[in-house]
Design a protein around this ligand. Structure first.
Ligand code: F6P
Length: 326
């Protein structure tokens, strides 16, 4: 008797910090999987849910009406357990018991590293880069960055109005623990006078103060200083600037505001394409790949090689911002 082929099964999870566009990626993965007649299991709360075997089967209908929503319908977590061998073994075991033929992981650096460790334990993983930080070396784009920058730029526009009216300095802190891309992009697009990011070896307060005084001398009514959270205490920085310059200075921390909101068209487009590509890779028989953007085109890399390098820092953007703010 001819054996009926069982449907292939894939799991999908979102992990780490949420990023606008994750839902569009989930939708693309589920719908492409349906097109190929695969069975899809949605894992809740990232690796936490995987370890706890918290999943449910998904259909095309489950991803209706989500392309325009921020956050992630699968929810997410930063799993401490996934950092341990026991947690990793348990996560791999769940994939085994579920007989998953593939696991799609949507997340940033830590999440993709977790995926690569699962790959070492025999799970066939497919990574989709999603983090507002744009801090992955392997991909020129990470889902969520464009929305986060637009949210940040909008905030800078608004702070500029009040800053000019009161002739104050404004320190605006955006996200980015280890990476200054959001600060650089918000600084460039919001027309900031100064940027401070963790890639700089140290905070040069004297240079910042000198610049503020020079700008005041030139008749500038405001001074917008964009800082990434990784540089330290931005409130203290604003106090120091006020004390030294004598110019009233206010600080605003945008915080998690940048992680939510309606994803932009750019994020929805990349999320949809990357989700589609991840499933196409699985269907083609590929193993352990990350979908990336390289030289402006979608591509894919071996997950182990993709995560080897650290994103290099290019000072050019900062230099141009300084030229354009004279
Ligand atoms: O994952 C990106 C990010 O938003 C970083 O920019 C920020 O440092 C961190 O997450 C904040 O994480 P949490 O939401 O866990 O406090």
């Amino acid at each position: 008797m001819r054996k009926i082929d069982a449907k292939k099964k894939i799991g999908i999870l979102t992990s780490g910090g949420d990023a606008p566009g994750m839902n569009a990626a989930i939708r693309a993965v589920v719908r492409t999987a349906m097109y190929h007649d695969l069975q899809v299991f949605g894992v809740l709360r990232g690796y936490e849910g995987l370890i706890a075997a918290d999943f449910h089967e998904m259909t095309a209908k489950d991803v209706s009406d989500i392309i325009h929503r921020g956050g992630t319908i699968l929810r997410t977590a930063r799993s401490e357990e996934m950092r341990t061998d026991e947690g990793l073994d348990r996560a791999a075991q769940v994939c085994n018991v579920l007989a998953l033929d593939g696991l799609v992981v949507i997340g940033g650096d830590g999440s993709l590293k977790g995926a690569s460790k699962l790959a070492r334990r025999g799970v066939n993983v497919f990574g989709i880069p999603a983090t507002i930080d744009l801090d992955l070396c392997c991909s020129e784009y990470t889902i969520g960055f464009d929305t986060a920058v637009n949210t940040g730029m909008d905030a800078v526009n608004k702070i500029r109005d009040t800053s000019s009216s009161h002739e104050r300095c404004s320190v605006i802190e955006v996200m980015g623990r280890n990476c200054g891309q959001i600060a650089l992009w918000c600084g460039m697009t919001g027309g900031a006078e100064e940027i401070m990011i963790p890639e700089f070896k140290e905070v040069d307060l004297d240079a910042v103060v000198r610049q503020i005084m020079e700008n005041r001398g030139k008749g500038k009514r405001h001074n917008l200083i964009l800082v990434a959270e990784g540089i330290g205490d931005s409130y203290q920085l604003s106090l120091d600037i006020e004390r030294i310059t004598g110019i009233e200075t206010r600080s605003t921390i945008l915080g998690h505001l940048q992680r939510g909101g309606i994803p932009t068209a750019v994020d929805r487009m990349h999320a949809s394409m990357m989700g589609y590509k991840a499933v196409e890779l699985f269907v083609s028989g590929a193993q352990n790949r990350v979908v990336v953007m390289k030289n402006g085109k979608y591509d894919d890399l071996d997950i182990f090689e993709a995560l080897e390098e650290k994103k290099p820092y290019n000072h050019e953007l900062y230099d141009i911002i300084k030229i354009l703010s004279i």
